[in-house]
Write a protein that binds this ligand. Structure first.
Ligand SMILES: O=C(O)c1cc(C(=O)O)c2c(n1)C(=O)C(=O)c1cc(C(=O)O)[nH]c1-2
Ligand SMILES: [Ca+2]
Length: 561
């Protein structure tokens, strides 16, 4: 049975993986070193497990492993329990989704949470489901939001102090984003925190619901008129937690609609990082990376806690590589901006960051206002970089305490983007924008970058033909693991970027690799299964990758005995 202590110690205990991010801070670093730069050439697959299912694609799940059992999600709201020794299926659960689900960016799921006897995950029809870990039978099921309004859940929940913490998706449909905490044993709501300014938060005690303060104090300060009522800002990627400062960190997505001329103002708390009190749901601090976002630069990217030394002092920092092309280092105690720097090669929408980390906008690179066009139907189109799918999208980076580097899966691409008139209608796309993504370079789009957060210096890079869309793992074996859409699991020397191992898994990798130890041996697992937002929204880039085959499976590797 998984306890709070198991989850808090997840990064240090190598015999299991019981949290998304391999530790609640989300560093994706393992102290295991049996597989290292000298031995990794010898690893071999020991089993592969098919996820089946014709509706499934885009296998973004990160496996969890406890007591010799692996728990993974399939993209179409499925869960599998697998014998981690043999690859045999123990049970599977199919959430049986209604026809009307509205995920914006493919049918996807990023993984489960474990607590006590429960395996907990979010579904594309915006429910939380808790299954018995031994049987796969439903213990409880909660409706989080109304999928008919455009809500879904794609992120893995996290467990903090006995509570399940989950965000929601739906920014492209004008939902109101929120973070919620549920009792991890019985699924009762504990608190609810809207991520759009103006909406009331709630807290539940002994079954009684009480008001817990309006997010941002009052409505209408950074939004015109009633637009905050359908403001988006969905925390769709889930969050991290740092026990040191006892704060949850959630990123929030794009303000709705995309057409920024309809909503003058900063549009809090869209495209921001929020620090939330895990006990009460209060917003303790916020940092907005893209105020008045006009490019769909959702600021959901994971905020990873890390410490570093400066002038003999320990700095409690947190790093985040934003979809907008800038990397931010914040003080995680109070949200103060420490430094920021571009990690994308090409950024056209801002010329830099000011001393508070606020972007210095290039006004001519904001797509134009349709109401200023001749017939009012389309504003001036601009060529803007990064493309809206981001210098980095959902795929999680890793931080190694050995090299003190972040390993950032990024993409170099740009877009034509223009605005159109739009109005909110429940359950309909609410963009008011059109776009075509285009490659910048002939030879590559994806770039894995090793970045020093203290200086902003790129230490090494690996360039990939297709856009990178999978997570990264760093280990004490001086290795960095990552998959690519071409299908390869790749291992790099963490210091130099030299490729030490590659293996083709048969379909594109958009999942996040993990490592753990069982019977004295180190294992690596990763999901394979091409999909996600690129084939759907990639424009000219989708053409580049249209020959990649789908097909979901879990691959597991180890050294020969
Ligand atoms: O605003 C939102 O609610 C929302 C949700 C999601 C999602 O839940 O996957 C994505 C996005 N936006 C998005 O903008 C995006 O580029 C994206 C890519 C992916 C993916 O998994 O490939 N999801 C999402
Ligand atoms: Ca979005």
């Amino acid at each position: 049975n998984v306890t709070d202590k198991d989850i808090l110690n997840d990064q240090a205990t190598t015999g299991d993986v019981v949290s998304y991010g391999m530790g609640l801070r989300g560093q994706r670093y393992s102290p295991l070193a049996k597989i290292n730069t000298d031995t990794v050439q010898e690893i071999r697959p020991v089993w592969a497990f098919s996820l089946g299912g014709e509706k499934q694609r885009g296998q973004e799940s990160q496996p969890l492993i406890k007591d010799g059992v692996m728990y993974v999600t399939g993209s179409y709201s499925r869960v599998y329990a697998i014998d981690a020794n043999t690859g045999d299926e123990l049970w599977q659960y199919d959430a049986r989704l209604p026809d009307g689900i509205m995920p914006c960016c493919d049918v996807i799921n990023r993984g489960v949470a474990l607590y006590g006897e429960l395996v907990i995950f979010g579904t594309l029809d915006a429910k939380l489901v808790a299954l018995n870990k031994d049987t796969g039978k439903v213990v409880w099921k909660k409706k989080v939001e109304d999928y008919k309004a455009g809500y879904s859940i794609t992120a893995a929940p996290i467990i903090v102090k006995g509570k399940i913490i989950t965000g929601v998706a739906g920014g492209e449909f004008g939902v109101v984003g929120n973070v919620r905490a549920y009792d991890a044993v019985n699924g009762q709501l504990v608190w609810e925190r809207p991520t759009v300014e103006g909406h009331m938060g709630y807290i539940w005690k002994d079954g009684k619901k009480t008001e817990n303060g309006i997010s941002g104090g009052k409505p209408g300060q950074t939004w015109p008129g009633d637009l905050w009522k359908s403001g988006g800002a969905a925390p769709w990627l889930g969050g991290t937690y740092d026990p040191d400062v006892d704060l949850l960190f959630f990123g929030t997505g794009n303000p709705a609609p995309w057409n920024s001329h309809l909503r003058p103002g900063d549009n809090l708390f869209s495209s921001s990082r929020l620090a939330i009190d895990p006990d009460t749901g209060k917003i303790v601090w916020h940092f907005q990376s893209t105020p008045h976002d006009g490019w769909d630069f959702d600021g959901v990217n994971e905020l990873i806690s890390f410490d570093y030394q400066e002038n003999g002092k320990t700095i409690k920092a947190a790093g985040s590589a934003d979809r907008n092309g800038f990397f931010y280092v914040l003080n995680r105690e109070n949200g103060d901006y420490i430094r920021g720097f571009p990690f994308a090669d090409k950024i056209t929408w801002a010329s830099g960051l000011d001393k508070n980390g606020r972007p210095i906008f290039v006004d001519s690179n904001r797509p134009g206002d349709p109401s200023e066009s001749k017939d009012g139907t389309q504003g001036t189109s601009v060529v803007s970089a990064p493309a809206f799918l981001g210098a980095k999208n959902w795929m999680p980076m890793a931080y190694s305490k050995d090299t003190e580097l972040f390993y950032v899966p990024s993409n170099e691409w740009e877009m034509d983007i223009w605005n159109e008139p739009t109005a909110y209608k429940k359950g309909a796309a609410y963009l008011g924008a059109g776009f075509t993504i285009k490659p910048i370079n002939e030879g590559y789009i994806g770039v894995l970058k090793a970045i020093d957060p203290k200086t902003g210096k790129e230490v090494w890079r690996y360039q990939n033909y297709a856009p990178l869309w999978g997570g990264v793992l760093a280990t004490a074996g001086n290795l960095v693991f990552m998959g690519n859409p071409e299908g390869y699991l790749l291992a790099f020397d963490a210091k130099t970027g030299q490729i030490k191992y590659k293996f083709n898994t048969g379909s594109g990798i958009v999942g996040s690799p993990v490592t753990w130890e069982m019977n004295g041996e180190q294992y690596i697992s990763v999901l394979s299964g091409w999909g996600g937002a690129v084939p759907l929204w990639g424009g000219d880039v989708a053409q580049r990758v249209k020959h990649f085959n789908q097909g979901g499976s879990v691959w597991t590797f180890k050294l020969p005995k």
